[in-house]
Design a protein around this ligand. Structure first.
Ligand code: CP
Length: 297
């Protein structure tokens, strides 16, 4: 159906729905694996908790053998290229590789270079894309809201550095969802197909989903005033009760900067539980992706 998972933009609506349908079957225990005993490597050149562990759990649930690629002890340190690395891994028996990398465009470049059918799975690429995060967010929204067409989704925070925002906007635009962005000037980017609203309260009003993004301190070009940011864009219990619909989903891809994007009392309340549900759902979505790529669905 598709050979690699590189970018949500490359998937049709039907392919996305097929992934969601298969993930639902996995969650219900209504589908069994066709990729037992396959070999999968996980190459994380940037740090991760949720994505790495949920890919590992997903693969183990499917009976796939997983291998953590230890970058610091690999032959990358001797100057070996990505092309040579992947071709050698394939020769050894690795049929797929999950990669997180800081470089925008690394997957397209690698695909042009390699001469072997190893399956590439994007686990987060620079600021550009994070397709499985968008898929698990979509899965979570669909479970709660049933349909997304005509729904209003507000994405708030560090849009500029966010691969999560880019992949979510690309996915949600395929489904007729109204996506609005809200961020201070220093966190805005204009390569996403969605409009900005200036005021935080306007972004929250009538939203069916409010998705907060992490302030990516490690990618900031200049220091920001965190206290000013929290005052303008941080969600507190008071703002939640005043401006957000009682039925709206409060989401965040994680990791959360507690008391920056969202206050701790919200995170530890019922309304904050969706964020852990996102992490939970990631396992089923990643099982579906691995099954489709390695199991030949
Ligand atoms: N949401 C997400 O990608 O989290 P990790 O960086 O922990 O994988």
């Amino acid at each position: 159906m598709f050979n690699h998972l590189i970018d949500i933009k490359n998937l049709s609506k039907e392919q996305i729905l097929q992934i969601i349908d298969l993930a639902t079957k996995f969650e219900k225990g209504a589908y069994s694996s066709n990729c037992r005993e396959k070999h999968l490597a996980l190459l994380f050149c940037e740090n991760s908790t949720r994505t790495r562990f949920s890919f590992e759990v997903a693969a183990n649930n499917l009976g796939i053998h997983t291998y953590i690629f230890d970058v610091s002890h690999s032959s990358f340190t001797k100057g070996e290229s990505m092309k040579d690395t992947l071709e050698n891994l394939y020769a050894i028996g690795i049929k797929g590789i999950v990669i997180r990398h800081s470089e925008d465009g690394i997957f397209e470049r690698t695909l042009e270079e390699i001469d072997c059918p190893i399956k590439l799975i994007n686990a987060g690429e620079g600021r550009k894309s994070h397709p499985t995060q968008a898929l698990l967010d979509f899965y979570t929204m669909k479970k709660h809201l049933n349909f997304l067409e005509g729904r209003k989704i507000a994405i708030i925070g560090d849009i500029k550095h966010s691969r999560v925002a880019r992949s979510n906007v690309a996915l949600l635009n395929k489904f007729g969802t109204e996506v609005i962005l809200c961020a201070p000037d220093y966190f805005r980017a204009y390569d996403l197909e969605a409009d900005y609203v200036d005021k935080f309260e306007d972004a929250l009003a009538d939203a069916d989903v409010v998705m907060f993004l992490r302030v990516q301190n490690e990618r900031l070009e200049e220091k920001i005033s965190v206290s000013k940011y929290i005052k303008q864009y941080g969600l507190t219990m008071e703002k939640l009760e005043k401006f957000v619909k009682p039925t709206a989903l409060i989401m965040h891809p994680g990791p959360v900067n507690r008391d920056v994007e969202i206050s701790s009392d919200i995170l530890d309340s019922e309304r904050g539980k969706i964020i852990l549900e996102q992490a939970h759902n990631g396992v089923f979505v990643r099982m579906a992706v691995l099954e489709m790529l390695l199991g030949g669905v």
